[in-house]
Write a protein that binds this ligand. Structure first.
Ligand code: ADP
Ligand code: ADP
Length: 228
């Protein structure tokens, strides 16, 4: 669960990216975060993953209270979430398989379990046949799916996806949301930032709109359904 109470974020240069934000996202929800460029969407995600720290207000994520959380607990908090980065952040010198396996190796999982699980998530994102490729040999859409496989591999409670802008065409974005829907149906909370209005309109999901650092609309919780 994500809880924001009176959260404000001002960057050191004086830019206030979020102002007094209040919202709750329950376990199992699928939420789109929308808004124009510079609205504060990435800042919202960065606060959730604790890449940035709020100046005021209270944040709770998956049972961690950020105002009392110790620095050494941050890695444990992050393990409750899978993060799909806008710029993928794949390791260029590792194969697709190893990029995904790496995220699991750092948790100390046994090799046999890693092989089994990595094969499974690569199959889920449709990339079994690319397991031995290097990231540079893949298209943008494929690299994004490697990022998703890596985010899923440790079975997180929640997936946070910052939509890549540049090199993903609308059809690929649509496929990505379908995959995320499938993951959500299995119980994982999904949070996706996007600026593509048409994409959001094709999926009947909760939409939180941010403008100039404030939540300006929120459709509220949508019941899960057989969709798309
Ligand atoms: P979005 O993701 O909706 O495009 P951001 O959260 O990236 O919006 O940015 C919100 C505001 O905060 C913008 O005015 C942006 O220029 C500013 N901002 C973002 N990151 C930083 C930073 N590291 N330092 C200073 N200002 C920033
Ligand atoms: P997508 O439909 O995901 O956008 P593309 O049309 O860009 O894919 O690529 C089609 C196929 O070409 C993919 O299977 C991809 O692996 C391969 N491909 C794309 N770019 C490269 C590259 N730089 N080197 C090798 N193979 C590539």
């Amino acid at each position: 669960m994500i809880e924001f109470r009176g959260v404000t974020k001002t960057y050191p240069n004086g830019t206030t990216a979020l102002k007094d934000v209040n919202l709750t996202i329950e376990d199992g929800e699928f939420v789109f975060i929308v808004g124009s460029s510079g609205a504060g969407k990435s800042t919202f995600l960065k606060l959730i993953i604790r890449e940035e720290v709020a100046n005021a207000g209270k944040i709770r994520v998956n049972g961690f209270d950020f105002s009392t959380m110790k620095k050494r607990d941050v890695p444990y908090m992050r393990r409750t979430m899978g993060i799909v980065f806008q710029d993928f952040r794949l390791i260029p010198k590792m194969t697709v398989f190893d990029n995904v396996a790496f995220a699991m190796r750092v948790t100390g999982a046994p090799p046999r379990q890693i092989r089994k699980r990595v094969s499974k998530v690569l199959a889920l994102v449709g990339l079994s046949h690319k397991a031995r490729c290097m990231p540079g040999e893949l298209s943008g859409g494929e690299q994004q799916r490697v990022g998703l496989a890596r985010a899923m591999v440790n079975n997180p409670k929640m997936i946070v996806a910052d939509e890549p802008t540049g090199n993903i065409d609308p059809e690929r974005s649509f496929e990505m949301v379908k995959l995320l829907s499938e993951i959500n149906r299995r119980g994982t909370t999904v949070l996706m930032v996007t600026h593509e209005r048409s994409l959001v309109e094709r999926f009947d999901r909760r939409v939180i709109q941010i403008d100039d650092g404030s939540v300006i609309s929120d459709t509220g919780v949508k019941e899960s359904h057989e969709d798309e």
